[in-house]
Ligand binder design. Structure first.
Ligand code: NAD
Length: 344
């Protein structure tokens, strides 16, 4: 008998509900054995229940341990703090795994296949920031603290090495800025080297300064395999890497901790195209494949990836971000048409 998995579903804001609907239709066609527990978050939750991260949503993720999340809007500068960051903190989702694989035919960089492992709870995203007033200006100075701990550095670098071993990857590159930020980035590098020594002979290791990494990713992304880095560098580099493989529409992410796993698209809620039915659902669909792998449903994930690849290879449907004219639903239907039927 098939085991059914309980999964929390947060459709999200902006284009979230549109790409979520299509993703769910595709997963159903693939025979994904999932019972969805739908919850709200972000602006949608603010408007309906007056808080961006309702207790019911937290309780649902506590209970299921797994969530698929559409993008959530964060007001810029003022307003409520990022719900994405709050979720990472609440569930201590310390590892953000972002694979970047070229699946688009005729992409500028064919055959890219690398993974960014981003520390998800520390650095400049720790939320330690304040204004310092001077004379009549209460906001004369703004200060954000970059928090790096030995514990946090050890567990993310160890995670990257364990990931490399589990996925047959050969090289872990630690990315830092220890030449300038000698304390914070220096500690990250020092701890990274210590952890790397435990894996000597099993996984290769090198380290690189973040600015040089950004340039080398553009010149020769093939020299990278697994990149492990702190929070903000990981955020920026994963968007850069998404650009190499065809844009944010192709970049999924997994936020992993001991108690929960939340899967999402790397892109945001795209308010500029929300409600028009033209968003590319691929990133959320690929995130759902990572989720299926996590749930032990790799054959279902493989069916979805194969149908998606056939759709792209045949040029059967292309959304506007890829120069086509297909809408979100039309693209999803093309994937479903190319789905190998599940064996029951
Ligand atoms: P964005 O990723 O939403 O959009 C950047 C550009 O990419 C836009 O032109 C948009 O139209 C396009 N785009 C994004 N996803 C697309 C898709 N699936 N198909 C086609 N085009 C797509 O970034 P932004 O505009 O900086 O952020 C908008 C909101 O999303 C902000 O409130 C931000 O805080 C939030 N955000 C949320 C997450 C998340 O929930 N994980 C991540 C990033 C940004």
């Amino acid at each position: 008998m098939t085991t059914l998995h309980d999964v929390t579903l947060i459709p999200g804001d902006g284009i979230g509900p549109e790409i979520t609907r299509t993703t769910l239709d595709i997963l159903e066609a693939a025979g994904a054995p999932i019972i969805w527990r739908e919850c709200i978050g972000g602006v949608t939750a603010m408007e309906t229940v007056g808080e961006p991260l309702p207790q019911a949503t937290l309780e649902s993720i506590e209970a299921t341990g797994v969530a698929l999340k559409g993008p959530l809007t964060t007001p810029i500068g003022s307003g409520f703090r990022s719900v994405n960051v709050a979720l990472r903190k609440h569930f201590d989702l310390f590892a953000n795994v972002r694979p970047a694989v070229t699946i688009l035919p005729a992409a500028r960089y064919p055959d890219v296949d690398l993974v960014i492992v981003r520390e998800n709870t520390e650095g400049l995203y720790a939320g330690i920031e304040h204004f310092i007033g001077m004379e009549n200006d209460p906001r004369a100075i703004a200060e954000s603290v970059m928090l790096i701990t030995r514990y946090g550095s050890q567990r993310i670098v160890r995670f990257a090495f364990e990931y490399a071993l589990a996925h047959g990857r050969r090289l872990v590159t630690l990315v830092h800025k220890a030449n300038i930020l000698k304390y914070t980035q220096g500690l990250f590098l020092e701890v990274g080297r210590e952890v790397a020594a435990e894996y000597e002979g099993r996984v290769e290791f090198d380290d690189k300064i973040v600015d040089a990494t950004a340039m080398q990713l553009a010149l020769d992304p093939y020299r990278f395999d697994v990149i492990v880095t702190e929070n903000m560098f990981g955020d920026i580099l994963s968007d850069q890497v998404a650009g190499l493989i065809g844009g944010l529409g192709f970049a999924p992410g997994a936020n992993l901790g001991e108690r929960a796993a939340i899967f999402e698209a790397v892109h945001g809620s795209a308010p500029d195209i929300a409600g028009q039915g033209i968003a590319n659902p691929t990133s959320l669909l690929l995130a759902s494949c990572l989720m299926l792998d996590h749930l032990g449903e790799a054959p279902v994930a493989a069916r979805v990836r194969a149908a998606l690849q056939r759709t792209l290879d045949e040029g059967a449907a292309r959304t506007r971000d890829l120069g086509g004219s297909a809408g979100t639903v039309e693209f999803g239907d093309a994937v479903i048409e190319r789905m190998e039927r599940p064996t029951s």
